[in-house]
Design a protein around this ligand. Structure first.
Ligand SMILES: [Fe+2]
Length: 341
C-alpha cells in the first residue's frame, strides 16, 4: 500500500514547449502514443489575398515552427471525470525560447495551475520568471496565480569544475524573484501530491545503482564570498509522476542526475502496486561512457517500463542502443509536439 493518494487520471497529454531536438516530420513509431508526426499540426494562418496565391486560403509559415534549445519544458494536462489539471514541468533555459515556442504553439498557458521545477540548473529554470508572468496574465479572471513548487535547498550558483577552475552557470531565479514575478512559492523537500492528487512530486531520490553517480566535476556555491563545493549528485532533483488509468505510472524526469534507473526504482517504491508505463524526459546519457549506457539498457529491460520517451539530455547513443533491443517501441520527445498517451 502506498501512503500517497495519487488518483488515477482518465487522460494524459503533454506539450513539449522546450526540448533540445525538434523533428516535425517523424511520426510516433509506437501506436500507443499519439504524436504530431506531420507538418500539418503546425498552426496555419489565413492568406489575406488568396487570388495572389492561386486560391490558397491557408499558409504554413516557418515562423510558426518551434525551435530546439538545450533544456526542457513540458506542459502536462490530465483529466479525471469532468476535472482537468495542467502542470508545467520546468521552463527551459531562457525566457526568449519559452516565450517564442509557447506563442508559436498557441499553448493554453492560462490553464497552468502549478509549476514544478525539477532541480536548480539553468537549462530548466532560465525561462521560469517569463513562464510565471505569461501564465498569470493568461489565467482566467478571478483564478489564483500559479503556484511554483521549489526545493528549499537552492544553491546561489551551480557550476562545473574544469581542471580546478570553477565555471559557473547563471543563477537560478531566487524565491524572491519568483514571488515578484507573481508566483506563489511552495517549498517542498518531501514527496507530495498536487492538483487534487492527480500529480505526484517526489522527494529525494535514493541513489541505489552503483553506476549512476551524477555529474563528474559538478560544484555548487552557497555564498558569493564562499568556496565552491563538490556537488556531483544534485540531491535536490525531484520527478513528477501521473497514474494513467488502465496503463500505469508515467514518470517525468528533468535531467536524471539521480539516475533514470534510480528514479524508476524510487517511483515504483512509492506506488508499488501500479506498473511503470512510460518514462519521459532527460535521461542524461548524452555524455555517458558506453558501459553506463549498456547497464542502463540492461536495467530498463529488467524493469520493463512499456514506453521510453527520452528527450533533452538523453543523447542519440542511448536512443540508438535502446532501439536495437526494442525496435519501434521508443517514442523520442521533440520540441513543439503534443503527445497523447
Ligand atoms: Fe538539464
Amino acid at each position: 500500500m502506498s501512503k500517497y493518494n495519487l488518483v488515477e487520471v482518465d487522460t494524459l497529454d503533454f506539450l513539449t514547449i522546450v526540448n533540445d531536438e525538434m523533428d516535425n516530420i517523424s511520426h510516433s513509431p509506437n501506436p500507443a502514443v499519439k504524436a504530431g508526426g506531420s507538418f500539418m499540426h503546425i498552426p496555419l494562418t489565413d492568406v489575406q489575398n488568396p487570388q495572389a496565391y492561386g486560391g490558397a486560403k491557408k499558409q504554413m509559415r516557418m515562423d510558426n515552427i518551434c525551435c530546439g534549445a538545450h533544456g526542457l519544458s513540458l506542459m502536462i494536462t490530465v483529466t479525471r471525470g469532468n476535472t482537468k489539471h495542467t502542470l508545467l514541468f520546468d521552463a527551459g533555459p531562457e525566457e526568449e525560447i519559452f516565450e517564442k515556442n509557447a506563442s508559436r504553439l498557441r499553448a493554453d498557458l492560462g490553464s497552468v495551475e502549478h509549476i514544478h521545477l525539477s532541480h536548480y540548473h539553468r537549462d530548466h529554470s532560465g525561462g521560469l520568471l517569463k513562464a510565471i508572468r505569461m501564465i498569470n496574465s493568461a489565467r482566467p479572471a478571478g483564478a489564483s496565480p500559479v503556484t511554483v513548487d521549489l526545493h528549499p535547498n537552492r544553491p546561489e550558483f551551480r557550476g562545473i569544475n574544469a581542471g580546478g577552475l570553477p565555471i559557473t552557470l547563471e543563477a537560478d531565479p531566487t524565491f524572491d524573484e519568483v514571488e515578484r514575478a507573481g508566483g506563489i512559492v511552495t517549498k517542498n523537500a518531501d514527496a507530495h501530491t498536487a492538483l487534487d492528487d492527480t500529480f505526484f512530486i517526489s522527494g529525494e531520490i535514493p541513489r541505489i545503482t552503483p553506476y549512476e553517480q551524477g555529474i563528474p566535476g559538478g560544484i555548487r556555491l552557497d555564498k558569493a564570498d564562499g568556496e565552491w563545493q563538490p556537488d556531483p549528485l544534485i540531491m535536490e532533483e525531484r520527478f513528477t509522476m501521473v497514474n494513467l488509468k488502465g496503463k500505469g505510472l508515467v514518470l517525468f524526469t528533468g535531467c536524471s542526475h539521480a539516475g533514470v534507473i534510480n528514479a524508476i526504482i524510487h517511483a515504483s517504491e512509492m506506488l508499488p502496486n501500479v506498473p511503470m508505463y512510460a518514462v519521459v524526459g532527460g535521461y542524461h546519457l548524452a555524455d555517458a561512457p558506453d558501459e553506463k549506457i549498456q547497464k542502463t539498457v540492461s536495467d530498463f529491460q529488467d524493469l520493463s517500463p512499456k514506453i521510453l520517451m527520452p528527450g533533452h539530455c538523453s543523447g542519440w547513443r542511448f536512443k540508438n542502443a535502446w532501439d536495437r533491443v526494442n525496435p519501434g517501441g521508443m517514442v523520442p520527445v521533440f520540441a513543439g509536439q503534443r503527445y497523447t498517451l
